[in-house]
Design a protein around this ligand. Structure first.
Ligand SMILES: [Mn+2]
Length: 356
């Protein structure tokens, strides 16, 4: 059993009979299941794990408390199995992830399932916002792995290496340092391309004087790290130094206000303070961080438009940036655990400019 009790508490409170869970990270959060393509129907008394023959053996090992059901029979859909379970257990209402279910699946459920389908988008996602000590420990580990990989990649960054080659090496280093498997879509871009907020590593070779921006992370037992550092190949110019310095102040100003009880809006506003009399405000982006866990971008976010307040046990990334089109950008990103009085930074690499 993992977090089923939290979901049952929600059913109790909302007077619902069951929750159908399809989003992969929510299935993992609920049950601990590490595989793919599987669904959970959780009722007040029952735990049903809907999977197919590729996964039945793994399911017996990983989710032993569940009744494991092969839904993939000829001509059958997940909706058929859910409809049968709903009838057998007299379920009147089933909550589902309205922000995730495909239209096809919803349509199929509507035709076959007699229980009322209740919109519950984002519900389990919100349950994931406060991390347990074990989840925090996993993320500390993921961050340490990333930091070790960062120290290794610095030795490889030199004129002539392409962004793709370096990105591949960085991924390899994280796996060698203990990450789960292939890390997720890492950003490693250089030169003027560093103004692309989510630039994809290209065939561009690193040149002397380039910024190299690395926004990357890995998973440890499914839990993610996410960090960014921007370095200069060779000696930084005056302008590079200036932009870097403002970016560093922006990051540190926002980190300085982070603690439980602080509105996310205030963290965002603090990031702009050091820039307010400069030309750089138009080159910032309105979302400077996100929660992280089993998924890289979780709730809450750090931006003006959200009413969320930080609470103890949130794990947040904090990543303001300055992005100047056709010139380049600087981003520094930490991953922090929110505590009663402040935060613990899980990223041990200093914020100072590194010249290679
Ligand atoms: Mn991030």
């Amino acid at each position: 059993m993992m977090n089923e009790t939290k979901i049952r508490a929600y059913l109790e409170k909302e007077k619902l009979d069951a929750f159908f869970i399809a989003k992969r990270v929510n299935v993992r959060f609920a049950s601990g299941w590490t595989g793919d393509d599987s669904f959970i129907l959780l009722t007040k008394e029952g735990l049903y794990f809907l999977t197919d023959p590729r996964y039945t053996e793994q399911a017996e090992q990983e989710v032993p408390d569940y009744e494991i059901i092969n839904w993939r029979l000829p001509g059958r859909t997940v909706g058929d199995t859910v409809a049968r379970l709903a009838d057998e257990h007299n379920l009147k209402s089933i909550a589902f992830e309205a922000d995730y279910l495909t239209y096809d699946m919803y349509d199929d459920f509507q035709q076959k399932v007699k229980a009322e389908l209740v919109l519950a988008g984002g519900v389990i996602d919100k349950m994931r916002a406060v991390k347990s000590p074990q989840e925090i420990a996993y993320m500390r580990n993921a961050c340490e792995i990333s930091c070790r990989a960062f120290n290794r990649i610095l030795k490889d960054i030199r004129v002539g290496m392409t962004e793709k080659e370096l990105a591949a090496k960085l991924s390899l280093y994280m796996v060698q340092e203990g990450a789960d498997t292939q890390p997720y879509g890492n950003i490693l871009i250089s030169g003027a391309r560093t103004s692309l907020l989510h630039g994809i590593p290209s065939e561009k070779a690193v040149e002397y004087g380039d910024f190299v921006l690395m926004d990357f992370g890995c998973q440890f037992n499914g839990y993610m790290s996410d960090m960014t550092r921007t370095v200069v190949v060779g000696k930084a110019t005056e302008k590079q130094r200036e932009v870097y310095e403002y970016e560093k102040r922006s990051l540190e100003a926002s980190e300085a206000v982070m603690k439980a009880g602080v509105p996310v809006r205030d963290v965002y506003r603090a990031s702009l303070e050091p820039l307010k009399d400069t030309e750089y405000i138009p080159y910032t982006y309105g979302n400077i961080g996100h929660s992280i866990g089993l998924f890289v971008h979780e709730l809450p976010y750090l931006a003006e438009q959200y009413d969320d307040v930080l609470v103890e046990g949130n794990v947040m990334t904090i990543e303001p940036g300055i992005y100047i089109p056709d010139w380049g950008g600087v981003r520094i990103e930490d991953q922090v655990l929110i505590t009663k009085d402040g935060y613990e930074n899980m990223i041990s690499i200093p914020h100072d400019l590194i010249e290679l």
